[in-house]
Design a protein. Structure first.
Length: 549
């Protein structure tokens, strides 16, 4: 009997030590889960949020885009502040800010308040939390434990992407989308209580100053770049579709869309930012970004693949829920269930990817993931039909999810393992920057592609109609100058009847709109195929040796 007690004490001691050892990962993984959850929850709740806040899909698209843009614009700053304050303190301050933003979002009476709470305040909280997560993993673990830690953090992000539609769908359908953000407030408060157990190396703090001009250059450059892409659906890419008016003056220099100038100035400002970082680093100053790190080929390759991964993720999770809800009339829960194969595959292959690191190199796993993304995008393109039904559609989502899950399990470890511990916070910020830049560009670009295709297809069909009168065609063309709204074909028919059209004319408009919707979805899927194809060469410098070898 004494021996049994002795064995029991050993097992209990090992269990307690294991729980204590991995409690830090649990805290950080939950934080990572919350950081990623928001966008996917919002995407499946589009109809409810639009109706609840009396706003439009375009306004909500802007809020979704600017949430990720805020993070992309200030993520490097958040990483640098972690160096200045200490990573644990940065994590704690960020958690407080994020919780405050979540609370404001939960009680938002209109889109403007939600924009401030979610797109701005939550985003600013996240820029402190996300780099700190990566740095704290590096500080608290070594060797294979560190690899497993980064893998689990990546898997948590993947699970959040997968679970978001289901959580958001269920809560939005049976309660309200507001409860998700209220719950986030509570969870961040709980994490804050347990954050004292996060260990930090004494050398993490520094007395160097934050370079404010660098912050302004990086934030403004990225903001102009993404804003240009976002507004392309309204203003046009080169030839103006709609000209903005400021103080009574139309702004379209040389007859060219303002989009061109926004993107051009954004690129110029970002080049100036990079030049300043190089000068500061060479002169022994304190750059926001150590340009020399980008000479590390594994890091550059990892960041490029990460950007493409989140661009594809954001595009898929934006365009499909919009079609399912605004066109087919699905509620939030039914939308989440419709894309359930994608969610299941992400969770499953995030776990599989974590196990494969002992048998295959990161490059082999990532190349397999990229192949799955390309194959899934091609199958998805082939499966497009008015009702999005069938085994082929579900299979396409599963294959896409497999690729995203495998990538989620690998990229974080690839990027973080390419630098020393002292640069972990900075690379964590850099990783968050590229991740959210990919998300914001993906949402803005896919929305632009979808609206532009829908508008051009609808107008072309209307103008060639033999049923519609010239006056009706003129009215539709004038309305479409600002972009065709996303709605169901039945809504278009009802609006036409209210506007005085005959039943035959309303039915013709509805039919034209339905065809244009399907065509715009196909063009959006072509965009995904191209991005998946272009991203494959980006992995050529991913490490091709076994982890720990």
């Amino acid at each position: 009997m004494a021996k049994l007690y002795w064995l029991q004490n050993i097992f209990q001691r090992d269990y307690n030590n294991g729980m204590k050892k991995w409690s830090i990962v649990i805290i950080l993984a939950v934080a990572q889960f919350i950081m990623v959850l928001d966008s996917t929850v919002m995407n499946v709740s589009i109809t409810s949020v639009v109706n609840d806040l009396n706003t439009s899909v375009s306004s909500l698209q802007a809020a979704i885009t600017f949430y990720t843009l805020t993070m992309a614009a200030f993520m490097m700053t958040g990483g640098k502040l972690g160096d200045l304050w200490g990573r644990r303190r940065a994590f704690q301050i960020g958690a407080v800010i994020y919780a405050a933003g979540s609370f404001i979002t939960a009680i938002s009476p209109n889109i403007q308040t939600m924009f401030i709470g979610w797109s701005i305040i939550e985003g600013l909280g996240a820029v402190l939390v996300i780099p700190a997560i990566a740095a704290l993993i590096a500080m608290n673990y070594t060797g294979k434990d560190r690899v497993l830690g980064f893998t689990l953090i990546g898997a948590a992000a993947g699970v959040a992407v997968a679970a978001g539609p289901l959580i958001g769908g269920y809560v939005t359908t049976y309660l309200s989308w507001r409860y998700v953000f209220a719950a986030e407030t509570v969870i961040m408060a709980i994490l804050l209580l347990f954050s004292g157990s996060l260990r930090e190396a004494p050398s993490a703090k520094t007395t160097t100053r934050l370079d404010i001009p660098s912050v302004i250059l990086s934030a403004s450059g990225m903001a102009l770049l993404v804003l240009g892409i976002l507004q392309s659906k309204v203003w046009g890419w080169v030839t103006p579709k709609s000209i903005p008016v400021v103080a009574g003056h139309e702004i379209a220099p040389l007859g060219i869309s303002l989009v061109v100038y926004l993107i051009l100035f954004g690129v110029i400002i970002l080049r100036t930012f990079i030049k300043r970082q190089r000068i500061l680093e060479d002169g022994g100053g304190n750059p926001l970004l150590k340009i020399s790190m980008l000479k590390l080929l594994p890091l550059r390759s990892g960041l490029a693949v990460l950007t493409a991964q989140y661009l594809i993720t954001a595009a898929v999770f934006f365009v499909l829920p919009i079609y399912l809800q605004m066109v087919l009339g699905y509620d939030a829960l039914k939308t989440g269930m419709k894309i359930f194969p994608l969610s299941v595959a992400i969770v499953l292959f995030s776990a599989i990817g974590a196990r494969l690191i002992n048998r295959y190199t990161p490059r082999q796993i990532i190349r397999l993931a990229q192949g799955a993304l390309l194959l899934g995008a091609i199958i998805l393109l082939a499966s497009i039909s008015p009702e999005l039904k069938g085994v082929i559609f579900g299979s396409a989502l599963f294959v896409l999810g497999a690729g995203l899950g495998l990538l989620a399990s690998q990229i974080g470890n690839v990027t973080m393992s390419s630098v020393s511990d002292e640069n972990s916070s900075e690379v964590g910020g850099l990783q968050g920057t590229f991740q959210n830049l990919g998300s914001s560009i993906g949402t803005a670009l896919i929305g632009s592609v979808m609206i532009a295709s829908l508008t051009s297809g609808f107008i072309s069909s209307v103008n060639s109609s033999t049923v519609l009168t010239p006056s009706v065609k003129t009215a539709v063309n004038e309305t479409a100058d600002q972009g065709v709204p996303i709605a169901s074909a039945q809504d278009i028919e009802n609006m036409a009847l209210v506007g005085g059209a005959t039943q035959a004319q309303a039915s013709d408009l509805s039919s034209s709109y339905e065809e244009a919707q399907l065509a715009s979805l196909r063009e959006s899927m072509v965009f995904l195929v191209l991005i998946a194809l272009i991203s494959i060469p980006l992995s050529r410098n991913i490490p091709n040796k076994l982890v720990g070898a």
